[in-house]
Design a protein around this ligand. Sequence first.
Ligand code: OMD
Ligand code: FE2
Length: 434
Amino acid sequence: METFEYLHGFGSEFSSEDPRCPDSLPKGQNSPQKCPYGLYAEQLSGTAFTAPRSENKRSWLYRISPSIGHKPFKPFLESNISSNWDEVMPDPSQMRWNPFDFPSEKKDFVEGINTICGTGEPRLKLGLGIHVYSCNVSMKNRAFYNSDGDFLIVPQHGNLRIKTEFGKLTVEPNEICVIQQGMRFQVEISEPSRGYILEVYGRHFTLPDLGPIGANGLANPRDFMTPVACFEDVEEEFEIIAKYQGHLFVCIQEHSPFDVVGWHGNYVPYKYNLENFMVINSVSFDHCDPSIFTVLTCQSDKPGTAIADFVIFPPRWSVQEHTFRPPYYHRNCMSEFMGLIKGKYEAKEGGFLPGGATLHSIMTPHGPDVNCFEKSSQEELKPCRVADSTQSFMFESCLGLAVTKWGAQTSKKLDHDYYKCWKGLKKNFTGPKK
Ligand SMILES: O=C(O)Cc1cc(O)ccc1O
Ligand SMILES: [Fe+2]
């Protein structure tokens, strides 16, 4: 795969000029009467103008043609994207999906997005959507943007080559990327490709606070990578597809949207390689809560409570003494959606497969399957590697999630036998002291 150049950092003020046009960024001001090279200046605001400085996000793009040069939007109907959370009756059961299919007809990244579950209201900018994408052709003369929120994209199979207004990036399985609200992008693939998307409405991802961990650890800011400016000057018909209030719309313009010659700001797309995650865990006893594995969080207004956390279960050493080492049995006031990028998840080595998913809804009991419980209650507690060449992840939310019709029925992937993995958990009670 091609290697592109990147800028490093999280939340930084970046600036980038396509080397073919040096000094394309205006000096000392954002909106000169005439921009260098005859470019148009355009601001992209990712927060309210008046958001506190610590949260304020915006970038300035200097482009060949302004984004406004397009015809009116029309509905784009070929889509399984939904934000109608009343399509099927709520169901608190533990849910597991077999790996989602690659498409049988030609589908590009936008056409291949299917919503599994979610909650909230894009118009109120509160809530989230969880989607799988499954595609077999590249987007051609077509760009996509989301006016509802940010996309955190988790490839499971196939490398993505993503062209954005800010430049190009490649994202392969075990890497993730975030394309924020409004940013136009095009996805090229080289084989049938599949992955997961966490969409958060109206808020942005941040790095979790580290508290007593100190200044370093978990996902380090320097490992986040943002593309560099790279323009194309193409006068051809382009379709711009917008996700707006839960529906897709398309409009036509006569020039490439990837015509940004220089840009600066702190509102940017970025990628991160999950291998760079610095794992912190118990080195004495007991199983820590999985929040220790939070890569990115999208916080609600309630302190410490996430609209969505992106949590991974990375390869690591397990050393805890006199401890049941796998995840504990659990009922949670949060919703837990899990996916598997590769390998096996330690709490369930059978049934939960790469490209599949599970959903454990609010207060629904879940935890290790029978085999895992039996094995881990008996095993000798030597230091050992867990999750080697494995990567699973969780989207955890304080909100209640509803499954869509696609998730419950159309996909035909719901495994109605999931509950059986806990059948046979024996009664081991030894009775009161005699
Ligand atoms: O349900 C799960 O498998 C996720 C999870 C993992 C863990 O290590 C502890 C708690 C938890 O909910
Ligand atoms: Fe859990």
